[in-house]
Design a protein. Structure first.
Length: 225
């Protein structure tokens, strides 16, 4: 699960990010509204923690725009006590929850967990399906339904496969994959995407599936059967 923290008070943002990483979430931080909106629009986040008072673009405007863009992240707003009106506007604009500043970090984490648990439930299934493949997202096990053979998928390859299977109808660009699997600030050169893809292709083949991860020249990757 990947979370974006949009908060201009760097100390607060860093405390939130550190705590979330301890909870095994992947976290990116934006320290102003413009950067926050840009990152949120990448649609790679499961949840966004969004401060209201931000330089450049405020949190409510970010919320409105990402809702218009059908970004499906859960949103928790951070509001000062004096911003009650803003809080109500936030709910009107589609925020899922809010936390009033000053807050205990544990309270925020608890609310994040609640939102992401609900999000998990709303998916209902524990598995992602594509063609003859079934990926169990709790156990990271990939099964070929035709041969009934299974194989365990290591963490990065799992994130990669999960992303491809969630977007099976689209061509996914390298940049999108790096953002989702390695994080927004990653150095593209330092990660060998091709190697991970070839590990995955081998595993898919080993269990007898007909699925291929196809490279689409100059555009990216797509699953194919
Ligand atoms: Ca602020």
């Amino acid at each position: 699960m990947r979370i974006l923290v949009v908060e201009d008070e760097e100390t607060i943002a860093d405390i939130i990010a550190t705590k979330l990483r301890h909870e095994k979430y992947e976290v990116d931080i934006s320290y102003n509204g413009e950067d926050g909106l840009y990152n949120a629009n990448s649609n790679i986040y499961d949840l966004i923690i969004l401060d209201i008072m931000l330089p450049k673009i405020n949190g409510l405007d970010i919320l409105k725009e990402i809702k218009e863009n059908d970004i499906n992240a859960k949103v928790i707003m951070l509001t000062a006590k004096s911003e009650l009106d803003d809080k109500l506007k936030g709910f009107g604009a589609g925020a899922d929850d809010y936390v009033t500043k000053p807050f205990h970090i544990e309270e925020l984490i608890a609310r994040v967990n609640v939102q992401l648990r609900n999000k998990g439930k709303s998916k209902i299934k524990d598995t992602l399906e594509y063609s003859d493949l079934s990926l169990n997202i709790r156990t990271s096990t990939l099964t070929c339904k035709n041969t009934n053979e299974s194989i365990n998928i290591p963490y990065r390859e799992f994130l990669l496969l999960e992303y491809l299977m969630n977007n099976k109808k689209q061509i996914i660009s390298k940049e999108q994959i790096y953002d989702k699997v390695w994080g927004i600030d990653t150095d593209y050169e330092s990660n060998n995407l091709e190697a991970y893809l070839s590990f995955l292709r081998k595993k898919i083949k080993i269990i007898g599936s007909k699925v291929n991860i196809k490279a689409v020249r100059n555009l990216g990757y797509k699953m194919e059967d």
